[in-house]
Design a protein around this ligand. Sequence first.
Ligand code: ZN
Length: 130
Amino acid sequence: MSTCAACSKTILFGGVAVGDVHYCSQQCVDKGPRKTSPAKPFVVVAWAVLALVATAVNFIIDLSLAPKGIPAGLAVSGSVGAVSVPYILAGILMFWKQHRNLHSFFRAAAIISVLLFFSYIGKVGQPVKG
Ligand SMILES: [Zn+2]
């Protein structure tokens, strides 16, 4: 249930969604004060590229942090698991109707991947003991 962005009426059934903004009718869409257009394709591509670049960087860092002496295959699969976490979390976000689009998916994956990257910087900065 949501409210119309133009007349604040509660929308029980139907309504018109423009991007993330909901209106009760097409008339309200036309006079809507908060009319937003859906994300432009290049914005989606930009988030997707950021997500993939952050993922690639995270993968390299995670792999370099793998304990020495463990089989290479195990280290690689462990790193793949670590860098895929943002995509799993972004996938969970899809359960919310207003986020069920590629823009939200890649934006979430990119933001979480960048946060993951910063968490790696903390680990890399620590002196290795032992
Ligand atoms: Zn309305």
